[in-house]
Design a protein around this ligand. Structure first.
Ligand code: APR
Length: 258
């Protein structure tokens, strides 16, 4: 129910703003509020206006994270406690897991993330038009419109988290916890120990018997969580185990990474 399938409006790749950006965003928005309960207070035209006002007319290397503040507050959605799933370098398996089990939601399963997933956009100075010719890449300049949006939306998603939350990290790389990632640099700093009861860190390993939870990288994460008075545990989980839950969802699938 919470995961919505993107329809025909799959974006075509360009170096500038995604072709038909406005149509795609508004259609995704309408699609989402039609499908997901309790979203009817949202107005997709107003949401589009607030979105484009965040970055139009600005140098595409100078769009601040805060430039999206008004847009973020225009989108109204309650995220239930015990539902939030965070991930880093596990995009595919985390989203597949959320979709198959319907137990948890990622940022991309919220209206904000659903609308913008996979899209690219930028404006330009001295013009109120979208730039369809060229937009900066993710690392080309730090404050590009797309990266600033994902940072802002991620901060918001993390601030809303309450109850028990799940984090899926990638045990097949040297630093499953990367302080430079959005999870490590934005989300973890926004977790509120007054609202969050417990954080389950699950490191998904494609090799059996790997013990990433004991690694330096996970030790760093543990220190940060302890300092923030956040309760957590860490478990190494075989990727095949998670894939089994995804391919054969059963009523117990929600617990399959516990
Ligand atoms: N170029 C383009 N996009 C990138 C790049 C890059 N170099 N790096 C990251 N991204 C975007 C992509 O869309 C990618 O799928 O960020 C996404 C996540 O990147 P990861 O490095 O896998 O993870 P992380 O930076 O920790 O972000 C994921 O942040 O979006 C939130 O709630 C979400 O918990 C999740 C976390």
């Amino acid at each position: 129910s919470m995961s919505v399938q993107h329809g025909d409006n799959t974006p075509t790749t360009t170096k500038g703003t995604t072709t038909n950006l406005k149509t795609i965003v508004i259609e995704r928005c309408r699609d989402y509020i039609r499908t997901v309960p309790q979203m009817s207070s949202n107005n997709c035209d107003a949401i589009w206006e607030a979105f484009q006002n965040s970055f139009l007319g600005k140098d595409p290397c100078n769009v601040k994270v805060e430039d999206y503040d008004l847009f973020i507050t225009t989108v109204q959605q309650d995220i239930p406690c015990n539902k939030s799933l965070f991930w880093s370098k596990t995009s595919q398996i985390a989203h597949d897991f959320a979709k198959a089990t319907k137990c948890l939601m990622t940022l991309e399963d919220t209206l904000l993330g659903y609308m913008m997933d996979g899209l690219k956009w930028c404006g330009q100075q001295h013009s109120k038009e979208l730039n369809y010719t060229s937009c900066p890449g993710w690392i080309e300049c730090e404050f590009n419109p797309v990266r600033s949006f994902w940072r802002r939306a991620s901060a918001h998603f993390a601030e809303l988290a309450c109850g028990n939350v799940l984090v899926m990290l990638n045990g097949s790389i040297d630093t499953p916890f990367n302080k430079q990632s959005i999870f490590g640099s934005v989300e973890i700093k926004r977790f509120d120990s007054e609202k969050i009861n417990y954080i389950s860190i699950r490191v998904i390993d494609s090799l059996q018997d790997r013990v990433s939870c004991n690694s330096m990288s996970l030790e760093d994460l543990g220190k940060i969580l302890k300092n923030a008075s956040l309760n957590f545990d860490c478990k190494d989980i075989d990727k095949s185990e998670v894939e089994r839950c995804i391919n054969d969802p059963i009523p117990y699938s929600c617990d399959c990474v516990n």
